[in-house]
Design a protein around this ligand. Structure first.
Ligand SMILES: [Zn+2]
Length: 295
């Protein structure tokens, strides 16, 4: 039973989240995406069936994981019409631009945040601010000052290369990161996989990630971290040419290997959570601290 003064800010595209407030006579504001771009791959779904009747959900669009425009063919549960909608999304490796429509008005938004998941984050933040009385125009102005947190699409220079750090916390976010690299070619990638508690101790999820997309776009992959060899094995079984695969458990050495062996100006590091923290510490001890991060 929700307090009548409570307003829920709900992802309309997420059937699991949306089901919580779907039938409640409570105040809720919904956000969602109406994106007509190419669907690259559907990714991992946390749920496949209707939370009310267990029938398999049908999607007319699927944006990431189980989020999209869904409908249950049995009980009628479906994606609510969002109060705020994002469309015409262009999301790159370190920024995104899109339009939103809210209360009949259209706004253009540019943020220094990568990925469709950050479009969702922006929409939820805008609705949260609106529900607290902040005009949407004011919130949009303030979006311009937002930067990614360390490791989440951050960029720095090392060894004459532009290095991007793209945190991947689970198979779904791994697939989202890979999707960001979809239009790249011949890239150098460092995959740093740890299996500490915060990363998840069972690394069998590596087999659920769509690394095939990444392999097709990579000329060199260095695997690293406590599970460097599990990662390398996954790539080998996926058909990646092992002459373009290097394994180095130490993440800083792995990054150096990538810098030395890459013929590209850009290097993409995709670490799990504790791997990101470890590498950050090592970089800081080298003096590559926050002050050196590019704005
Ligand atoms: Zn249903």
């Amino acid at each position: 039973q929700a307090n009548p003064d409570t307003t829920f800010i709900v992802n309309a595209d997420d059937p699991l989240v949306s089901s919580v407030t779907y039938n409640l006579p409570t105040s809720a504001l919904y956000f969602g995406i109406d994106h007509k771009g190419e669907e690259i791959f559907s990714g991992i779904a946390d749920i496949k069936s209707c939370p009310f009747c267990d029938e398999t959900l049908i999607y007319s669009r699927r944006y990431m994981g189980h989020q999209g425009i869904f409908e249950c063919p049995a009980c009628g549960f479906k994606r609510k019409e969002p109060d705020i909608v994002a469309y015409d999304i262009n999301s790159g490796i370190d920024s995104s631009s899109f339009d939103i429509s809210f209360k009949g008005k259209r706004f253009h938004i540019e943020v220094r945040l990568p990925g469709i998941y950050n479009v969702y984050n922006v929409l939820s933040a805008l609705l949260a601010c609106y529900s607290m009385g902040i005009p949407i125009e004011t919130s949009i102005e303030n979006l311009a000052g937002i930067r990614t947190a360390f490791g989440r699409g951050e960029r720095f220079n090392l060894g004459g290369k532009s290095i991007y750090m793209l945190l991947a916390k689970n198979p779904a976010s791994f697939n989202e990161i890979i999707q960001l690299l979809y239009d790249k070619n011949g890239i150098t990638v460092v995959l740093i996989i740890n299996d500490n508690i915060q990363d998840g101790t069972d690394v069998s999820w590596l087999w659920d990630v769509n690394f095939e997309i990444l392999m097709e776009r990579s000329s060199l992959i260095v695997t690293s971290g406590k599970r460097a060899y599990d990662m390398a094995l996954r790539l080998k079984y996926g058909g990646f040419d092992t002459s373009r695969l290097l394994v180095e458990e130490d993440s800083l050495k792995a990054l150096n290997l990538a810098i030395e062996n890459s013929d590209k100006d850009e290097i993409y590091i995709i670490p799990t959570y504790t791997a990101m923290l470890e590498l950050r510490k090592k970089l800081e001890s080298l003096g590559i601290t926050k002050g050196f991060w590019e704005d």
